[in-house]
Design a protein around this ligand. Sequence first.
Ligand code: SF4
Ligand code: FES
Length: 248
Amino acid sequence: MNLTLKIWRQQDATATGKIVDYRVTGIEGDMSFLEMLDVLNEQLIHKGEEPVVFDHDCREGICGMCSLQINGEPHGPDRGVTTCQLHMRKFKDGDTIYIEPFRAKAFPVVKDLMVDRSAFDRIQHAGGYVSVNTSGNTIDANAIPINKDDADDAFAAATCIGCGACVAACKNASAMLFTSAKVSQYALLPQGQVEATDRVLAMVNQMDEEGFGNCTNTGACEIECPKGISLENIARMNREYLKASAKG
Ligand code: SF4
Ligand code: FES
């Protein structure tokens, strides 16, 4: 396949970016989207031009680092996959593909297609953990009976990889799906109950401080999420937040 790529180039967070056109040749359907960008970068380096900067790490849908807006959709046209799992067979010879960074005020551009998602880390640091003292006579976690539905829902929430596609998909750049997944994975389990009140208040407050928008129930986040994180988590987080606020 030979393709025309329209790629966002931006020197740093303060520079003005722009779309630049590239031609890339020799792309196979079995290549991943990131491998296609590797080919482009090799061709650019060969010509003495600066390669395009983009984020990646595991390249197998686990780490959440890859983060491209492809033809206007976070992680591109496929469903339930990250950018690194998207294959070029989804495109055809002669296609024009727009490639942009995830856009949100809370995700400033580092360079080109790479954005700074440390706002997510700060939300996690605000309460996404259990800090119960584990020294002494603690009970083995496997010995605590947990309702199967709750265990399944907690596990499903815990599959969020923190990629930020939900934010990029949302017209309000809301981080509610991400934050609610992190709140839910503890709210559903007995181990999470001890710090439940402080956790939801701290994480929601941090989310607001980072400049993410609010949820207006459009549901674009759920559709674009590569891990199928459900909107039910947002409803659960809202209930947890109300409960915690009432307790003061
Ligand atoms: S909720 Fe989905 S889209 Fe949002 S950060 Fe988690 S995995 Fe990514
Ligand atoms: S590079 Fe790790 S999820 Fe895509």
